[in-house]
Ligand binder design. Structure first.
Ligand code: TZP
Ligand code: MG
Length: 213
């Protein structure tokens, strides 16, 4: 059975981890309550990417936290990941679904409400919408959606939506109140002094926004 929880979704960025090993940052964040992890590697060679993905999968498995791989289906298959996250210019979600099968978790990035509408019939499990707020993490980020744009995406999505871009403890609750099912964060966890404490705080805020203690 395919089960995933978008509440606190860690998207990785090795340079933002500073001198720390990515695997340690991911393990700390997962111990703090991260509910889903996406391994996003822009520089790694394929062999290094697979080895890293295997190590991350191994660290997350005992905690029951699923691992998705950004863009690379080959890496996802090689490491036994739970699925992939694709962008608008990556492999089409229909092709990804045909390759990975019905049990895989597949997410798609949408930068506008129009793209959310266009994705209605795509075989994806969730949409990642953003950037919701300004962010320095993604150099080629699209214009900011804002909370109102995020709300529009949620209304058109027909499936769960996670907000991404410029999200941290100061604005996580607003993202949930706009209708998102969770917050996807890069710097708020990868660059945190304590990824464990940062994850714990985000999870508390997400639960509080839902009215769950
Ligand atoms: N996609 C849209 S914004 C973004 C990605 C990968 C980066 C978000 O990074 P941060 O540090 O959480 O603002
Ligand atoms: Mg991509």
């Amino acid at each position: 059975m395919k089960r995933f929880d978008l509440s606190v979704y860690l998207v990785t960025d090795r340079p933002l981890c500073g001198g720390r090993a990515l695997i340690d940052v991911v393990a700390e964040a997962a111990a703090g309550g991260v509910t889903l992890v996406q391994l996003r590697e822009k520089e790694a060679g394929t062999r290094e990417f697979v080895e890293l993905a295997r190590a991350v999968k191994k660290a997350l498995a005992p905690l029951g936290v699923p691992l998705l791989v950004n863009d690379r289906l080959d890496v996802a298959l090689a490491c036994g990941a739970d699925g992939v996250h694709v962008g608008q210019s990556d492999m089409h979600p229909s092709d990804a679904r045909a390759i990975l099968g019905p049990g895989a978790i597949i997410g798609l990035s949408v930068e506008t409400p129009e793209l959310a509408r266009a994705a209605r019939d795509f075989p994806v499990d969730y949409l990642g919408a953003g950037p919701v707020f300004p962010t320095a993490t993604k150099a080629d980020a699209a214009p900011v959606l804002g909370l109102s744009g995020l709300g529009e995406v949620v209304g058109l999505a027909g499936r769960p939506v996670v907000g991404i871009g410029g999200i941290g403890p100061a604005n996580a609750m607003e993202v949930l109140r706009a209708g998102a099912h969770g917050v996807a964060v890069v710097s708020a966890l990868c660059a945190a002094f304590s990824p464990r404490e940062a994850a714990r705080e985000l999870l508390q805020l997400v639960r509080a926004a839902r009215g769950v203690q």
